[in-house]
Design a protein around this ligand. Structure first.
Ligand code: ZN
Length: 294
């Protein structure tokens, strides 16, 4: 039953456009318990942004693997780790169980998604989007279509876990997460092209047009705005700011600190770009190349 359910989930994920990687052996992998799935739990791995680490399969010295059923990768793909119950949720009996039972054998009741990111800073937008889709699909397949059966580890933990987080000790807003998952109104990356023109209108009516990536390269916007008294009238600027993920924002801040020179090492650039979509990576890399030439 576990394998059939997981195959159904995989098929629905793929139908939703999500890449599903299969860690060899997932169909027979489990902690030895027999599943009685009726919901799901989302977690953070407290590891670097990345793809499913082997620890999720092999476990830790203090906890046998598998440590989840699915991993939520930095690029928005998932990796199916185990069809059968995994050691991710411990005993259920936390502060907000929803319809899920309080039980000492919670792992056989819930599939677990380990989202691969540090947890003391936000998951990528792609990870959030995929986690919401995963939660919706899993509760449709296993949880009677009840999104309340998708919980955070922080909500169900009997031992004070706080994952998945967005800052040290701070759990993401799970009511917002469930609302997003239920609505299907999911964020989309790169809704504004980096080559798109932005228009600024000065108080005297002077209109300035600049490409988004050039704006990123040439100015720390807040300082520029303060120095010039120019109001932002182009809503697309807000749209860009609204679609930046934290890695992009960190990159822009680093660039903005030094408008005349790009002094990031390749390794730093790769770190900042980790988790950004391929489309955005290409745009940022193009911008960096132009900046270096200037
Ligand atoms: Zn957890």
């Amino acid at each position: 039953m576990s394998v059939a359910r997981a195959r159904e989930i995989n098929a629905r994920l793929r139908a939703a456009g999500i890449t599903v990687h299969e860690w060899a052996g997932w169909e027979s992998r489990g902690n030895g318990q027999t599943s009685a799935y009726e919901g799901c739990i989302v977690h953070h791995t407290a590891t670097a942004y990345g793809m499913a680490p082997a620890i999720l399969v092999n476990g830790r010295p203090d906890l046998a693997g598998p440590l989840c059923n699915y991993a939520g990768n930095v690029d928005g793909s998932v990796t199916v780790i185990a069809a059968h119950p995994a050691n991710h949720a411990g005993a259920g009996g936390g502060r907000s169980m929803g319809p899920l039972p309080v039980t000492t054998t919670f792992n056989r009741r819930v599939m677990g998604l380990e989202i691969v990111y540090p947890g003391n800073q936000p998951m990528t937008q792609a990870q959030y989007r995929t986690a919401a889709i995963w939660a919706r699909i899993v509760t449709d397949v296993l949880g009677y279509g009840d999104i309340q059966r998708a919980r955070a580890h922080a909500e169900t933990s009997a031992t004070g876990k706080w994952d998945p987080g967005f800052a040290p000790g701070r759990t993401i807003d799970m009511n917002a997460f469930r609302a997003t998952a239920a609505s299907g109104q999911l964020p989309v990356e790169d809704t504004v092209s980096w080559t798109e023109n932005l228009t600024f209108t000065a108080p005297d009516g002077t209109v300035t047009t600049i490409q988004a990536r050039d704006w990123v390269m040439w100015t720390n916007f807040a300082a520029w705005q303060a120095a010039n008294g120019i109001a932002t009238t182009n809503t697309k600027l807000d749209a860009i700011a609204g679609t930046l993920n934290d890695n992009q924002a960190a990159l822009l801040a680093a660039i903005g600190d030094d408008p005349t020179q790009i002094d990031l090492t390749d390794a730093q650039v790769q770190m900042f770009l980790n988790g950004v979509s391929e489309k955005t990576k290409a745009a940022v890399k193009a911008a960096l190349r132009e900046g270096t030439d200037a």
